[in-house]
Design a protein around this ligand. Structure first.
Ligand code: NAG
Ligand code: NAG
Ligand code: CU
Length: 724
């Protein structure tokens, strides 16, 4: 069969190629018509339709791997360039403490200038001094250094003595794996399960912190899976096998294997890679957003995004992932840009698993401070992670040896039209008006997707023309699963109470939570803001006063100190949460503000003294407000790895500082309880939750009233060549 069809296929392929090249070369000659688009017909005819792939050809050309060696900073918040990172490394290499041995670099990033310098800076001004903040580890000691790039000097150098260690490096992880894989007992355990060492793929869960005998050394856990017959080794655990490795001494300090009676789950149906097997549903035909006149946003000087009424600084951070700074929306009456947010990013994550077993109790990850959300955010997949016409931004990160590297296409920026409405109204003619008015909702999204081991976290910061910022966290990827001898629920003895449901034969999906804590330094019109809880309370009428017995009234409570601003969400004690500028009044006298609107959420129910919860005490409330302090960026503390929880948001907030009419930071925690189910196997369909930052009395009236509707003439419809 094959030998017969191949020549024919080859012939059609060549024919296709000739047609494709011919039409494309014809098309590229007419490129001015494409960019200076005027007549929809020239863009949309059968020939251009065949050549529509040119769009992606053009895009890949625009986003071909970029050489970042010549990058220069343009804005005070621009991340360090390759050249600057190399310069920091050179400065560090002659620093007396680091002679003769160069330390491991765990973090090296821009030490952002003080806020007042950034706020005073105008385009065209010289940049404030460029500085790097470096966290380095040498001989068991954590150094925190500030390096001034202009002076070429280390300007401050402290050895950190508190609890916790810096973020792990790739080197730490590979050392731990090598140590584990060369441990004889692991070989024995593998052989007892009918596997050889080369069948194993291991992961390195963080060790958490569980008391004094884990202190004074950097520990990491290593657990292994069978990679036989599948790239989805996560579904094939060697259950009960856990090694604890001392990363610096390069030795296994503990080895437990309690799971030898538990079979390694089979590989069948675990592979998730694309195979051309038609699914058992009607296929969906290709779909895409058309932007016949191109994008409406621009990216200036690599990091300034301008779109519609928005302007903000966008960058990647190795620890946080996406960082949005200096977000400004223009006033709908005057067009003048107004400050909304100085800086917003996801500060920390907390992912506790609900199983006290020897191989599970320590699983309470703090992914940003332990592994890095930016570091784990790999290249996005065009057309699938982000739609056509997306702009892709590279990140410049730093390796353990202090050398810069490029994380290509880590963030995408695109306009979204999802078929939604931004406002509408219609009138029936009976009132004398026969009206149909509707406006489409088009938004601007910046996105990244981190793969922290098994799990994927997609972060969207979506900007709307009505001033709203919609922040979405989406979960996908693989469950952390637990091996079991059971293949069916009827085999599970009633007294066993497994830590999660059976999701496949011999596989339990362990119940767990996800919490993502956002640092939201809102500056509504200016830095000095106030947090106001607008509480809805039930009022009762007096007898005979009204046919009604009860109604709700909104009461404003100004938060004077941090104590007043800790919020546990409660449907039966509802509030709106406003951040207002007490010196900016609307023409009606209302105070300009933004409110944070929670959507689906979940709270941590662990004991506050449970070690993982102690370390992640920033999840004890959904909302906190703190006075701005440039040293309070990381909700789980600067040194998160094996920390005891002595430098968390909860500890800072306990000082109960004044927060009224001053520069304040809003912290919001978005949570998920995750009880796995069979649909999560072998890879989870995406699940999302979100919150909104929405203007409240910020604009004088509906800021998008003047928005234009879409007209047929602006949107040429392309049909495939066969149907036109
Ligand atoms: C693992 O054990 C087997 C059987 O004892 C032995 O042949 C093999 O060399 C061992 N592999 C390693 C890497 O130690
Ligand atoms: C903000 O408030 C602080 C006091 O909390 C005051 O010192 C400062 O001058 C104010 N700044 C502005 C810009 O009003
Ligand atoms: Cu989950």
């Amino acid at each position: 069969m094959e030998t017969k069809t191949t020549p024919f296929l080859r012939f059609t392929f060549i024919l296709f190629l000739v047609i494709f090249l011919f039409t494309c070369s014809w098309y590229s000659l007419n490129l001015p018509g494409f960019s200076g688009y005027s007549q929809s017909t020239s863009w949309c005819n059968s020939r251009s339709r065949v050549c529509a792939h040119l769009g992606s050809v053009l895009e890949t050309r625009i986003h071909k791997p970029k050489d970042h060696m010549e990058d220069i900073p343009h804005h005070p918040l621009d991340p360090l360039t390759m050249q600057e990172i190399n310069k920091v490394r050179t400065i560090l290499s002659t620093f007396p403490h680091f002679l003769p041995s160069f330390p491991a670099i765990h973090s090296l990033s821009l030490d952002e200038p003080h806020k007042d310098l950034v706020l005073d800076w105008k385009e065209g001004d010289p940049l404030p001094p460029r500085k790097a903040l470096v966290i380095a580890l040498l001989n068991g000691q954590s150094y925190v250094l500030s390096v001034d790039l202009d002076l070429g000097l280390v300007t401050s150098n402290e050895i950190y003595h508190g609890s916790g260690y810096p973020i792990l490096t790739i080197k730490d992880i590979s050392v731990a794996m090598q140590v584990a894989l060369s441990y004889k007992e692991l070989n024995k355990s593998a052989i007892k399960r009918g596997l050889s060492l080369s069948d194993l793929t291991c992961i390195t869960p963080s060790a958490g912190w569980f008391g004094a005998n884990e202190e004074g050394r950097r520990l990491i856990k290593v657990q292994c899976f069978s990679n036989q017959g599948t790239p989805n080794f996560y579904m094939r655990p060697l259950e009960g096998l856990t090694m604890t490795v001392d990363i610096d001494k390069k030795e296994v300090v503990q080895f437990t294997d309690t799971g030898r009676g538990i079979p390694v789950p089979r590989a069948t149906n675990t592979d998730y890679r694309y195979q051309k097997e038609p699914p058992k549903m009607k296929p969906i035909k290709p779909i895409s957003i058309e932007q016949p006149q191109g994008r409406s946003f621009s990216i200036e000087d690599e990091h300034i995004v301008k779109w519609a009424n928005w302007e903000f600084h966008l960058k990647a951070d190795q620890r946080a992932g996406i960082v949005i700074s200096r977000a400004m929306v223009s006033d709908s009456d005057t067009g003048v840009p107004r400050s909304v947010m100085y800086k917003g990013f996801s500060s920390e994550l907390f992912v506790p698993y609900m199983d006290p077993d020897e191989s599970w109790y320590f699983k309470g990850y703090m992914d940003a401070g332990e592994f890095g959300m930016g570091a784990t955010a790999l290249s996005l997949v065009p057309l699938n992670d982000c739609p056509r016409h997306s702009y892709y931004m590279d990140a410049i990160f730093v390796s353990w040896d202090g050398k810069p590297y490029v994380q290509q296409n880590m963030i995408c920026v695109f306009e979204r039209y999802a078929g939604d409405i931004s406002w509408r109204h219609s009138e029936v003619p009976v009132n004398g008006f026969n009206i149909r008015e509707a406006r489409p909702k088009v938004t601007l999204v910046t996105r990244m997707a981190a793969s922290v081991g098994n799990y994927d976290y997609i972060f969207d910061w979506e900007f709307q023309t009505d001033g709203l910022i919609h922040v979405v966290v989406t979960l996908s990827g693989m469950l952390m699963v637990k091996g079991t001898p059971h293949q069916n629920t009827d085999q599970i003895p009633s007294q066993e109470a497994p830590s999660g449901p059976l999701v496949s034969e011999n596989v339990f999906g362990v119940v767990h939570d996800h919490f993502i804590t956002f640092h939201l330094d809102l500056d509504i019109d200016d830095t000095n803001n106030t947090f106001v809880k607008v509480n809805l309370v039930k009022e009762e009428t007096l007898p005979g006063e009204s046919p009604r017995k009860s109604y709700l009234k909104a009461k404003r409570n100004v938060a004077k100190t941090e104590d007043d601003a800790r919020v546990k969400l409660n449907l039966y004690d509802p509030s709106e949460f406003h951040l207002i500028n007490p010196s900016r009044r609307s023409r009606l006298g209302n105070l300009a503000g933004y409110k944070i609107i929670p959507a689906g959420n979940a709270a941590s129910l662990l004991d506050h003294l449970d070690p993982p919860q102690l370390r992640s005490a920033f999840t004890n409330n959904q909302i906190w407000v703190t006075p701005y302090n440039r040293n309070e960026q990381w909700a789980g503390g600067l040194f998160t790895y094996q920390s005891k929880g002595d430098d968390t948001l909860a500890v800072w907030s306990a000082r109960n500082r004044a927060i009224e009419n001053t520069d304040i930071v809003l912290w919001y925690t978005l949570g998920f309880h995750h009880i796995p189910c069979q649909e999560d196997f072998p890879l989870m369909p995406a699940v999302s939750s979100s919150f909104d930052l929405k203007p409240v009395n910020f604009f004088e009236s509906n800021p998008i009233l003047k928005a234009a509707p879409m007209f047929e003439k602006d949107l040429p419809v392309c049909r495939s060549a066969t149907t036109s």
